[in-house]
Write a protein that binds this ligand. Sequence first.
Ligand SMILES: [Zn+2]
Length: 290
Amino acid sequence: MSDRFFLHQNQSGPHDVGEPMKSPADGWRIICGNVGELERAALVSEFWQKIDRNGGPSACWPWIGRSTHQAGYGSVNWEGRHTQAARVAYALDHGKTLAELPAHFVLRHLCPGGSDPSCCNPRHVELGTQLENMQDRMSEGRYARGDGHFSTKITDAQVRELRGIYWSTPQGGRPLLTELGEQYGIYWGTIHRLLHGKTRKDAGGPTKEPDKASATRTNHVCGESHRMVRVSDQRVKELREEYWGTPREQRPSTPALAKRFGTDSKSVWNWLHGKSRRGAGGPTGGFQPA
Ligand SMILES: [Zn+2]
């Protein structure tokens, strides 16, 4: 008591502190605040410690946490879900919870040096459709292979997504069952049964072509993947004019045309002969010489 009095004897009442407080070497200890928020902050900090960010903001940030999925990505429990570390990094960077991210969108790695599944730099990932993700991988010529390949389980959400993408894409633009098998890491025959609802009925999602009448009525059934592979009426018409206007021996082959339009040769043949896309217009057969 006497020490206190001695120190403050010339300064009564509130007064400025001469020296600003220095932070302790091991950081501040927080002793008050909303416990939920503090806990969250601690988890976030713990999460980032499992990611090597030494390369700087534009480099890849590899996951150095203990749990890694066989496909190479960091695996983490976050907000009660088992998910990819990069997805959590993306959510945190966007100030969102996992539940706030669109559930049917998958993570696309767009690392400058080629997609690196372990990378958790939010600048290198995007949310996209399964189809886009598959195209990314196909363009890199890289698939997850291995002995565990065919035994991988797929979630109900993935089954719904798979069905949704497949059946909303017009025939001819649909990915091959073998490609989907590679993508989801399961046997293509299994994919076939999933798509047609022979298995995993309870997972939901369409198991056949969307009803044509309801498609025109609601006008949105086909969705995004549809637009991606959709060849416009104008292009179909131009193709017909070009094809049938060319002498028979100079016409391009249907496989070559299929490649050009990103579809299969049967679809091209159907367009050319008016078996499909009738409404697009243009000739659907060779002109008879007069
Ligand atoms: Zn990266």
